[in-house]
Design a protein around this ligand. Structure first.
Ligand code: PFF
Length: 450
């Protein structure tokens, strides 16, 4: 179904289901399986998870709908869509912050994407078979501190991303996401059950779901906010760009709901697979970015045919990472193609080279350059902080203000309801977008900075 007679010059998804799967594909990725558990661990578990869920409800979901609306209304990438909505200044601001954020996120996202690829091969070759939890930790630290291999894997991950992005929207992105996501969900459930039933596993569930509110502080509140934006791909125009590919009769209210639910469920499931194992094997929940890679091989070691499961799992995480990376890459490529008239392959190569130039330092900062710090953070942590905790929330804030205050309400409502075809209740949405999102983001910024 190639719908959309009105704007058929742009590439549209071949079906609404495909478009929805692709948006889920952007949202669900390393943010859910790698970043959510490690952030939850570092900031003490239950309390930050509870806060995360509250933020998803009051900011994540409304901003997801905001971006889909702006993209479909403006019919363009983060930059061009605002030009078409007669707000070139806003477009320049949000567009450039978004492109910068996409670029920075890619620099470290590709590093972790590379780790997942390496772990596919390590699993397949039986690298973890019979290993103790200390040995598994050692395998990980030997791997990340090697000066060459993590960078080679990072480059391979980037090449894989570029290859799919170069094939265009409907062919590349849709096909990849459709099959893999349900499989990933299923496997996470199986692993969660195995992890909970390990001796001592229940302590992991307590850690996750018994909030100790005294653990909240300005830093952890900011981390929860950053995680909402990162995980749902919000604030930089990725969802906006995908929204522009949706047909005019798609129900974007429902889409925003399903995507938000799917994303949150996957983050929680990943944590349920990881934390019981952290406690069962006496690992450190605050170990940071390595948590996933140091923990799960232990769980596979306790499963029949663990080697096969481990291989499938890391392969699925790789695919999830790839579909997210594609959307990050796509934001920058769509910008270069549509605004500068660059040819797609040229844009994709050029952008990849730039990402790699910064990405090498992110990779090394998790290994041999870990002592090198800027503003008290490693290059990796700094890139993560600037993008997730500053640029994305700032982008989201601008979009909320634009939709809530600049666009006229009838225009917004016509777009959201597809010209009256759907009848959602928009009062709560408006309240959240006009008041809650701007005030909350502003206060959290202020709190985090002061
Ligand atoms: N949401 C992705 C994840 O959870 O892995 C990461 C991401 C993709 C962030 C696209 C931002 C974005 F625009």
């Amino acid at each position: 179904m190639k719908s959309d007679a009105g704007h058929n010059s742009r590439d549209h998804f071949s079906s609404q289901y495909g478009a929805l799967v692709a948006i889920v594909g952007s949202a669900v990725g390393l943010g859910n399986i790698w970043r959510f558990p490690y952030i939850a661990g570092v900031y003490g578990g239950g309390a930050i998870i509870l806060l995360y869920i509250v933020f998803v409800l009051i900011m994540g979901r409304p901003l997801m709908l905001t971006e889909l609306t702006l993209g479909r209304l403006g019919q363009g990438n983060a930059y061009g869509a605002f030009q078409r909505m007669n707000a070139p200044g806003m477009g320049r601001l949000i567009g450039s912050m978004g492109i910068l954020a996409a670029f920075i996120i890619m620099s470290f996202y590709t590093a972790i994407g590379g780790w997942t690829m390496a772990y596919i091969f390590k699993s397949a070759s039986g690298g973890f078979a019979g290993a103790s939890s200390q040995q598994i930790q050692q395998i990980f630290s030997d791997f990340v501190s090697h000066p060459v291999w993590p960078i080679v894997w990072q480059a391979l991950f980037l090449l894989a991303t570029m290859y799919v992005v170069m094939r265009g929207v409907s062919k590349g992105i849709e096909k990849f996401s459709r099959l893999m996501m349900p499989l990933l969900l299923l496997l996470l459930v199986v692993m969660g059950i195995r992890a909970i039933t390990l001796p001592g596993g229940m302590d992991g569930l307590k850690f996750l779901f018994k909030p100790d509110l005294s653990k909240l502080n300005p830093e952890s509140v900011m981390a929860a906010l950053g995680q909402v934006f990162f995980s749902l791909s919000l604030g930089m125009g990725a969802i906006l760009t995908y929204g522009s590919y949706l047909s005019k009769d798609a129900d974007i209210v429902k889409s925003s709901k399903y995507v938000t639910i799917a994303d949150t469920v996957i983050s929680l499931l990943a944590s349920i697979a990881i934390f019981p194992a952290v406690f069962a094997f006496g690992l450190d929940p605050t170990s940071g970015p390595g948590l996933l890679f140091e923990t799960l091989p232990n769980v596979f070691g306790q499963m029949p045919a663990g080697q096969v499961f481990s291989f499938i799992f890391f392969f699925l995480v790789f695919i999830a990472a790839l579909t997210s990376a594609m959307s990050l890459h796509e934001v920058v490529v769509a910008f270069a193609v549509e605004e500068f008239g660059m040819r797609r392959p040229v844009a994709a190569w050029l952008i990849s080279l730039l990402i790699m130039a910064l990405g090498v330092f992110c990779s090394l900062s998790l290994g041999i350059m870990s002592d090198f710090t800027l503003f008290g953070k490693s290059v990796f942590d700094l890139m993560d902080f600037i993008s997730s905790n500053i640029l994305l929330p700032a982008g989201g804030l601008c979009m909320a203000i634009f939709l809530g205050y600049v666009l006229s309400r009838p225009v917004v409502e016509t777009e959201i309801t597809s010209g009256g075809r759907y009848r959602p209740h928009l009062a709560v949405f408006y309240f959240l977008v006009r008041y809650v999102v701007p005030i909350a983001v502003f206060l959290i910024f202020l709190n985090g900075i002061c």
